[in-house]
Design a protein around this ligand. Structure first.
Ligand code: FAD
Length: 458
């Protein structure tokens, strides 16, 4: 009899893990149990009135191979974002300002004051600090200065994690940056050393510390990947099955679902959000459940607007904009979807998506729909001069959106992993641990598949 592996959670983490297991060993008996009526979790694309509207995930970067490799294996051609996607803006001092992409142009521009630019370059002389972890804010102010932090890194933290930089862990959220200081003594020194190493090995000498690369998606949106994985899994994906309890049994584990049914399995992997995982395993290990319950998932809402292009007075050929917290605005930022990917709106129409809430303004994400729409419209008018009446309005709510890796997150993960050793055949995956990007979820799924298969032989 082949080994039975049950995966609870049919988001991109669970689906790609199932694919990876079967890719490595087609004889495995894999079943994915998804609580909702549709799989995908935070990946959902809605097609409405000719618009292709992403409710959550917008795309993935090509600077890590995981999503591109999976898409290739499953036969789904990716699409690249337009050149406009490189035009990223930050709103401060009452105006939208483009971030110069080239380091020399950045230094020569007035994006930062002269003092701010000199302080940024002074990073070279900031001594290395030996530490286990610190907040993104403490790290950034110490190394590159307050202005660079406030105008660039603070809004970036909103853009990726909808997080609070005073609490976010530099080590867990921006591991490459943390490593540059630890290994080379500083960021500029690190960039120079890595570029030199890459040159010597014949690789491109471009070094990225943050989310570089080109943004990618699929012609019909990100849900195409979920659809392709679901089609591949067929009956091995069961929806409407919420795991509520996991119980150890003589053969392995018995899974109990909210609808009163149960299933036996040799091995269980839970890729649901941490708070859902906690509920499903508290009977087996309350200490792990406690750690999982402490990972915050602040709410985030997405308000999408579709306009007739002729009604807009301003050129919107840009990726979008983010807003530093210091500006005290009511939105985190806006993505100009039609400028990023082709066919996101009917001909001569424009699609924008506004992000509201996150760790520093969670209550705002939970406002009733009409209020959310009012906030988004008045902020778009004030910040980007978008005053036209939209012909499409959609609100997508994520009450528990993105897990926050706070300072010392790595210690929590170490504790959970040490405790898991007591439970042979039980694994935890998903975005609560080592990366929230789709690329990380898929890459970690492949690594977990290797570990599960290796453990079977022990
Ligand atoms: C608004 C938004 C925009 C984002 N944009 C991007 C982006 O552009 N690029 C990017 O790389 N990342 C983005 N992210 C992050 C990314 O979406 C997520 O980290 C990733 O999709 C998480 O996938 P996952 O499978 O780990 O978790 P989820 O997507 O949360 O999936 C978990 C699944 O488990 C199911 N589940 C829950 N409880 C149970 C249970 N008890 N039993 C069975 N099933 C259960 C849920 O229904 C869900 O389907 C964004 C996130 C949000 C919220």
């Amino acid at each position: 009899m082949s080994i039975r592996i049950a995966i609870a959670g049919g988001g991109i983490s669970g689906l790609s893990l199932a694919y990876a297991l079967l890719d490595k060993n087609p004889a495995l008996d894999v079943t994915v149990y998804e609580a909702d009526s549709r799989p995908g979790g935070k990946v959902y694309t809605e097609r409405v009135d000719g618009y292709i509207c992403e409710a959550g995930v917008n795309g993935f970067l090509d600077n890590k191979p995981a999503t591109l490799e999976l898409a290739k294996k499953i036969g789904l051609p990716p699409i690249k974002s337009n050149d406009n996607a490189r035009k990223r803006y930050i709103y401060f001092d009452g105006a939208l300002r483009m971030i110069p992409t080239d380091p020399a142009k950045f230094f020569l521009s007035n994006f930062l004051t002269l003092g701010g630019r000199l302080r940024m370059m002074g990073e070279y002389f900031v001594p290395k600090k030996n530490y286990e972890d610190e907040s993104l804010k403490d790290f950034a102010v110490r190394r590159v200065g307050a202005e660079f932090y406030e105008k660039l890194l603070d809004p970036m933290a909103s853009g990726i994690y909808a997080g609070d930089p005073e609490k976010m862990s530099i080590r867990s959220c921006f591991g490459k940056v943390y490593d540059l200081e630890q290994k080379y003594g500083g960021l500029i020194k690190g960039f120079m050393a890595v570029a030199k190493e890459k040159k010597q090995t014949g690789e491109s000498s471009k070094v990225e510390a943050g989310p570089g690369g080109t943004l990618m998606s699929f012609e019909q949106g990100m849900y195409s990947l979920i659809q392709a994985l679901s089609d591949f899994l067929g009956e091995r994906l069961v929806t409407g099955k919420r795991l509520v309890e996991t119980e150890k049994s003589t053969h392995g584990y018995t899974l109990h679902f909210a609808d009163g049914t149960q299933a036996d399995s040799d091995c269980v992997v839970i890729t649901a959000p941490a708070h859902d995982m906690a509920g499903a395993i508290k009977g087996i290990d309350s200490s792990i459940a406690m750690q999982l319950n402490d990972i915050p998932y602040p709410a985030l809402s997405v308000v999408a607007f579709g306009y007739r292009k002729e009604r807009l007075t301003r050129d919107l050929n840009l990726f979008g904009f983010l807003i530093p917290a210091k500006e005290k605005r009511q939105i985190l930022g806006t993505l100009f979807d039609t400028s990023i990917f082709p066919n996101r709106a009917p001909q001569d129409h424009v699609l924008l998506r506004v992000m509201i809430g996150g760790a520093r303004a969670e209550e705002r994400a939970l406002l009733p729909d009409e209020k959310l729409i009012d906030v988004a419209r008045s902020e778009l008018a004030a910040i980007a001069d978008v005053k036209a009446d939209p012909e499409l309005i959609k609100v997508y709510r994520w009450e528990k959106a993105i897990p926050q890796y706070h300072v010392n997150h790595h210690k929590r993960i170490e504790m959970i992993e040490a405790a898991l050793i007591r439970h042979k055949g039980l694994y935890l995956g998903g975005n609560a641990f080592r990366g929230v990007a789709v690329n990380d979820c898929i890459g970690n799924g492949y690594r977990l598949a290797d570990q599960i298969i290796a453990d079977m032989d022990k």
